[in-house]
Design a protein around this ligand. Structure first.
Ligand code: ADP
Ligand code: GLC
Length: 467
């Protein structure tokens, strides 16, 4: 598996959770997985072992020095170390601006991953995730098409988010030593530029995305980000496999980050978690009697930050409380800071990335908000179910596939008004303690562990190898 993130080593979102937990689940099906990620500045090499030294990646006259480390983990996790490219503050950029050499960074990364397969881990399937790894299938189809090492290898490209396309000017093809023939509409060309995402999508043997509904949605102009026609052309090899979650990491019974442990048999610990969360956010104890709404999110339009901003004042007018954790677009970050000032003791926000706090919000809130514009899968609503925190979601992508009447509240139209009505419906049910408890328990009884989805991936790998 080749990815730009994997928990616990490097995480900005759900991609890391998936690549961090799917490999272990695949072992039950006899699949042995190694993971390759970049060694970012934030990854400590103290406990890692250097397994390959000075593997130079050459693009024409330019050579990039790469070493490979193996991190301590149950399955092999290889870290591609190239300090001039990856020993930086961010993964993809800083202060909202992408690094200008991302095309080089992730091309070198892809080439290094191919070297891992050549020298360190015999590979049958290259399972590539998102645009950062799209060049792996491209190099395999061009530069290494006749390389005996890779004969019979198959590639699967998983799209976690079609909105991030790895777009660069056409001139980068030469810089990353790719055959100019890839610049074509059924290759990497995308409206006069090149797209690394499209490289993966066009050159992989199979393409998947992270929920069945999103697999259908991306073939429509509304969700296709300009790629829908090509995705329709590839419909035969495109599938949607719902993400699983790792309940070892996300369970109120065992979670070390939360104030008290609880489970479906005994929900009393959840009140302690709520009390602690209110305190942590400086909200008043009266809130114990009222619904506490929570959200943990990248503050972007994808996540519905605009409609949340639109109705935040009306939400708290319902005599409820709101806690938010996130980072993202400066305009939404500022908005949450402002709301906190305008509604002190009602709305409280933390701008930042804080894994432990994300767990405490899952446990301490009553209602979890996910009004996404689009959502390939979404993991937070699945975690919420397990913590008895009833989700209010927009019926799109994986949100639609995982939340049903009886476990959460869904709204269809992307508007502040529709969202507000769904929140009001939740607040009404909350008032009926017994009905609310039944709803929590129904959500807690759902099983979104990897079992089913890992089986689907394993089967897909086998089909690819046979075909
Ligand atoms: P996405 O990958 O689109 O951001 P997901 O719902 O799939 O959305 O996954 C988000 C993951 O990132 C969850 O594990 C969530 O808890 C975590 N996360 C998102 N924002 C933050 C944050 N500000 N602090 C801590 N964890 C966060
Ligand atoms: C992306 C999507 C999210 C999905 C995650 C893991 O970040 O936005 O919906 O859950 O990838 O697949």
């Amino acid at each position: 598996m080749i990815s730009s993130e994997a928990a616990p080593f490097a995480k900005t979102g759900g991609l890391a959770d998936v690549v961090g937990s799917l490999p272990a689940a695949l072992r039950a099906f006899g699949d042995e997985v190694a993971v390759v990620i970049p060694r970012y500045g934030s990854i400590d090499l103290k406990d890692a072992r250097r397994v390959w030294d000075n593997l130079a990646v050459h693009f024409g006259p330019d050579a990039y020095p790469v070493s490979i480390y193996r991190a301590p983990a149950e399955h092999p996790v290889y870290l591609v170390d190239c300090p001039p490219l990856f020993d930086r503050k961010g993964f993809y950029g800083e202060s909202g601006t992408d690094y200008p050499d991302n095309h080089i960074r992730f091309a070198v990364f892809c080439r290094a991953a191919l070297s891992v397969a050549r020298f360190l881990f015999r590979t049958d399937i290259f399972h590539c995730h998102d645009w950062q790894t799209g060049l792996v299938p491209a190099y395999l189809r061009t530069t290494f098409a006749r390389d005996p090492t890779f004969l019979g290898c198959r590639t699967l490209f998983t799209i976690h988010n079609l909105g991030y396309q790895g777009l660069f000017p056409k001139t980068v093809l030469e810089e990353v030593a790719l055959d100019p023939a890839v610049y074509r509409p059924d290759g990497m060309e995308f409206f006069g530029q090149v797209s690394y995402l499209k490289a993966g999508m066009e050159f992989a043997d199979a393409v998947s995305t992270v929920s069945p509904t999103y697999a259908r949605e991306i073939q429509t102009p509304e969700f296709g980000f300009g790629m829908d026609a090509r995705l329709r052309a590839r419909a035969q090899v495109l599938s949607g496999i719902l993400n699983g979650v790792d309940y070892a990491d996300w369970s109120p019974q065992t979670d070390a980050h939360i104030a008290a442990r609880y489970g479906p048999e005994d929900l009393s610990g959840k009140a302690a978690c709520k009390r602690q969360l209110l305190e942590e956010f400086g909200l008043p104890p009266e809130a114990m009697e009222r619904p506490l709404l929570g959200t943990v999110s990248r503050f972007t339009r994808q996540k519905g930050a605009d409609i949340l901003a639109e109705i935040a004042a009306q939400i708290v007018a319902e005599d409820v409380y709101l806690v938010a954790l996130g980072t993202g677009d400066p305009e939404y970050e500022d908005f949450f800071r402002l709301m906190q000032q305008e509604h002190p003791g009602r709305i409280a926000a933390r701008i930042g990335f804080d894994n432990a706090l994300a767990h405490r919000i899952e446990a301490g809130a009553d209602i979890f908000l996910m009004p996404s514009h689009y959502e390939p899968c979404g993991l937070n609503q699945i975690y919420s179910l397990h913590y008895g925190t009833v989700p209010v979601v927009r019926a799109t992508g994986g949100l639609d596939d995982t939340i049903e009447e009886g476990t959460g509240f869904k709204f269809a139209e992307y508007s502040g008004q529709a969202f507000l009505e769904a929140v009001r419906a939740a607040v009404r049910v909350f008032a009926d303690r017994e009905a609310w408890r039944r709803m929590m328990l129904r959500g807690m009884a759902k099983d979104f562990s990897w079992k089913t989805s890992a089986a689907a991936y394993s089967e897909l790998y086998r089909r690819l190898l046979a075909g």
